[in-house]
Write a protein that binds this ligand. Structure first.
Ligand code: SF4
Length: 283
């Protein structure tokens, strides 16, 4: 844990749900025994993305909404790496919605942690794709009209092969789910309900604590049941299931279908290229 912790202490607001995810992610990495030189974390822009400064690992802080294509490119170039994406609900499901669906369909072997606080926090409180209908914020003072995106149902429908939901305050569950995602081969999504205590006060710890419940012995190979369960909260927002909704252990990850990189990754294979020359060409 110490080796993963940078010298910069998080600048998140006191009480922000990102703290729980930060701790859970570091624990999951350590307990998964990942060699740090084979780990890379790709961050989107947002409060969650600021974690790039708070974890000491290889990483890329991508453009807003573009973390997933960067992660997919890294995985295809060097598929021996464990590639984790830290994204907010805004970047992933607003600006990056097309990438999210494309990456789910492809089943790239990357692990996506969606810090879902239902608001654009870094830009101080605008309506987000996951905001509940009627959300009042700076950009929707009279309440939003759109239906919120359900990240779990969308991921399953689009082809992701490991899909879960967690609550940031439940650090143990979040850690366990991240470990399962790391060991799963394929596109893995964890929708993590993360209170933004500054800009989405209606969806704070008390709101979630009285509603979340853990799935128990859920049949996670049945896609239809998984989608139904993922949508359980939509009408009333009274009960919010957390845990693993869906897992397909049979479907191969994208890179496993490519004969040219099946044995060796692109950077090890006979197509070995001189990085210096490449950089010079685009300088
Ligand atoms: Fe966390 Fe919200 Fe503060 Fe961002 S604005 S650091 S999401 S509490």
């Amino acid at each position: 844990m110490e080796n993963l912790t940078s010298s910069v202490f998080p600048t998140w607001c006191p009480g922000c749900g990102n703290f729980g995810i930060w701790g859970a992610l570091k624990q999951a990495i350590v307990e998964s025994n990942i060699d740090f030189e084979n780990l890379i974390i790709v961050y989107d822009v947002g409060c969650s993305g600021n974690m790039a400064d708070f974890i000491k690992s290889y990483g890329v802080h991508g453009l807003h909404g573009r973390a997933l294509p960067v992660a997919a490119g890294i995985k295809l170039a060097s598929h021996k790496l464990t590639v984790i994406c830290v994204v907010g609900d805004g970047g992933c499901l607003g600006e990056g919605m097309g990438h999210f669906i494309a990456a789910s369909r492809a089943n790239y072997d990357i692990k996506v942690l969606i810090h879902n606080n239902g608001v654009y926090g870094l830009t101080t409180g605008q309506v987000a794709p996951t905001s509940k209908t009627g959300f009042k914020g700076k950009s929707t003072p009279d309440g939003s009209l759109e239906k919120g995106v359900n990240p779990v149902a969308l991921a399953i429908l689009s082809g992701a092969t490991f899909v879960a939901r967690s609550f940031s305050q439940d650090i143990n569950l979040t850690k366990d789910l991240i470990k399962q995602a790391i060991s799963h081969s394929g596109f893995s999504v964890i929708d993590i309900l993360q209170p933004c205590v500054t800009w989405n006060k209606g969806f704070g710890y008390d709101f979630y604590k009285s509603r979340v419940y853990q799935l128990d012995n859920f049949e996670k190979s049945d896609k239809n049941k998984a989608i139904g369960k993922a949508m359980e909260f939509e009408d009333t927002w009274e009960r919010l299931p957390i845990g693993v909704f869906y897992e397909d252990q049979e479907k191969k990850a994208y890179h496993e279908f490519l004969p040219q990189i099946r044995e060796k990754s692109l950077i090890e294979g006979k197509n070995n290229f001189d990085l210096e020359k490449l950089i010079e060409e685009f300088r």
